[in-house]
Design a protein around this ligand. Structure first.
Ligand SMILES: [Fe+2]
Length: 235
């Protein structure tokens, strides 16, 4: 459990979507940066390409991002992993062809006061499901897949695997219509006790901002591939 849980809870609020935060040409610059960055992980099984947003590739974009987000959420610090040279990684670009499963991005350090995370779509088709449910441990993938749950040899920056969420929330069956509409890639049993707060429909120029304690996942609707930029903040 996070040590500063009271402070973290005080900072929590509803997920926010801000439309037209970035212009088309600014989004093109993010896309250009994405194309320039080296590939970090190409997970063939999940069919996802990850690139880390490394510092100093485009200082103007770093400043632009910081200023725009600060106007919405106030002061924050980036909660970053380090690269091989001990430089901060500012975020993560993800190009995915399959929906990403249920998880929480609560970080890897229980001493931090985790704050908001942001999602900037670089392609226009896709959606992200934010649940009302919260989790106060480290970054975790929630699954009932026995093989996944056996994965214990985690590398730096990898999420834990757990089915703990099924013990925390009420074991009420997940809404069948919501499951059919958005979450067919998840077993309905893995969603017991969860309730959708918001489905964010990706739109170029907009940003989604939500608490890092919120459980979330992609919706099952993917048209080819989608590319998004995620960043994580702390106080
Ligand atoms: Fe996430």
């Amino acid at each position: 459990m996070h040590i500063n849980i009271d402070k973290i809870k005080k900072l929590e609020g509803s997920p926010q979507i801000i439309k037209n935060l970035f212009t088309k040409s600014e989004i093109e610059k993010f896309m250009g940066l994405y194309l320039n960055l080296p590939t970090t992980v190409h997970n063939k099984k999940q069919n996802v390409i990850k690139k880390r947003w490394l510092q100093n590739f485009n200082k103007d974009l770093e400043n632009l991002f910081y200023e725009r987000v600060k106007n919405i959420i106030g002061d924050f610090r980036m909660d970053n992993l380090k690269d091989e040279k001990n430089q901060d990684i500012l975020g993560l670009f993800q190009e995915s062809y399959n929906p990403i499963g249920l998880h929480v991005d609560a970080g890897f350090n229980l001493d931090e006061i985790i704050f908001k995370q942001t999602l900037i779509p670089l392609t226009s088709k896709g959606s992200t499901v934010i649940f009302k449910n919260k989790f106060y441990g480290n970054s975790t993938n929630f699954t009932i897949d026995e093989n996944e749950l056996m994965v214990k040899d985690l590398k730096y920056g990898q999420n834990l695997r757990s089915s703990e969420h099924l013990k925390i929330f009420e074991k009420k069956q997940f809404n069948r219509d919501d499951h059919k509409k958005y979450l067919l890639h998840e077993k309905i049993e893995n969603l017991s006790g969860l309730e959708i707060d918001m489905v964010y429909e990706w739109e170029i120029g907009s940003i989604l901002i939500f608490d890092r304690t919120r459980l979330h996942c992609s919706s099952s609707l993917i048209d080819g591939k989608k590319i998004g930029l995620t960043t994580f903040t702390k106080k």
